[in-house]
Write a protein that binds this ligand. Structure first.
Ligand code: B16
Ligand code: MG
Length: 213
């Protein structure tokens, strides 16, 4: 086996929360009178909540906002986002994801999450994966967002496995960069795969079972 552990990004890899993020940021931006579109939304993948807000505010030309006002805007977005996450259930976990996770575990690999999201515990609960992973490193235990490797390095640490024995699975270019900066190989899906950011660029998560061998 090429690896001892696999560290999965959450949003865009294990589940698809893109639309929920888009909708909540769009409502917040509309309220503030700031333009927001899919192109800007694409830049928010893997980026922490407050850094996302700063990206959106690049197009804001009103009176200067205090840190408190920015925190309130981020809270407003998160409240709307959390409302839509309540609709998620184990049915939102695709068979290809669940079957791949189970197959990798059966090969003896440790499985972890490495996500920028502070909502990770809630999302895992909604998907019925609360106790599934061997380690969960997320937005609640990091101080630096992807492309900094901190979230993945901490996941490897929690597992007690050296970075070079871990494979990161990512859908964001910033996340692929974070994995590489942490000394890990990276398998990409979606946007990051289409940009060739990974050591492997996959069409389907099922390809992992061959990649690790
Ligand atoms: P939250 P990932 C990231 O999750 C999302 O891709 C990104 O769009 C989001 O802003 C970030 O989590 C923070 O999320 O507001 O829930 O803390 O892709 O790293 O799993
Ligand atoms: Mg992602």
């Amino acid at each position: 086996m090429k690896f001892k552990a696999i560290i999965f990004d959450l949003d865009g890899v294990i589940c698809s929360t893109d639309e929920y993020h888009y909708w909540a940021w769009k409502k917040m931006s509309d309220g503030l009178g700031v333009p927001f579109n899919r192109e800007i939304n694409n830049r928010l993948r893997g980026v922490s909540r407050m850094d996302c807000l700063e990206i959106i505010l690049e197009k804001y030309h009103g009176p200067a906002l205090s840190d408190g006002q920015k925190a309130a805007l981020a809270q407003q977005k998160n409240d709307m986002y959390r409302e839509s996450l309540k609709e998620m259930s184990p049915d939102d976990l695709s068979p290809e994801v669940k079957e791949t996770l189970d197959a990798l575990r059966a090969l003896g690999l440790k499985l972890a999450i490495g996500s920028s999201s502070k909502n990770t515990p809630f999302i895992l609960g909604q998907l019925g994966l609360k106790d599934y992973f061997d380690a969960v490193s997320d937005g609640n235990n990091i101080t630096r967002s992807k492309p900094d490797p901190q979230v993945f390095v901490m996941a490897a640490d929690m597992l007690g496995i050296a970075p070079e024995n871990c494979l990161v699975v990512e859908d964001a270019v910033s996340g692929a960069e974070a994995g590489h900066a942490g000394g890990m190989k990276v398998a990409c899906l979606g946007d990051a795969a289409s940009k060739g950011a990974g050591d492997w660029n996959m069409q389907s998560i099922r390809e992992l079972t061959d990649i690790v061998k």
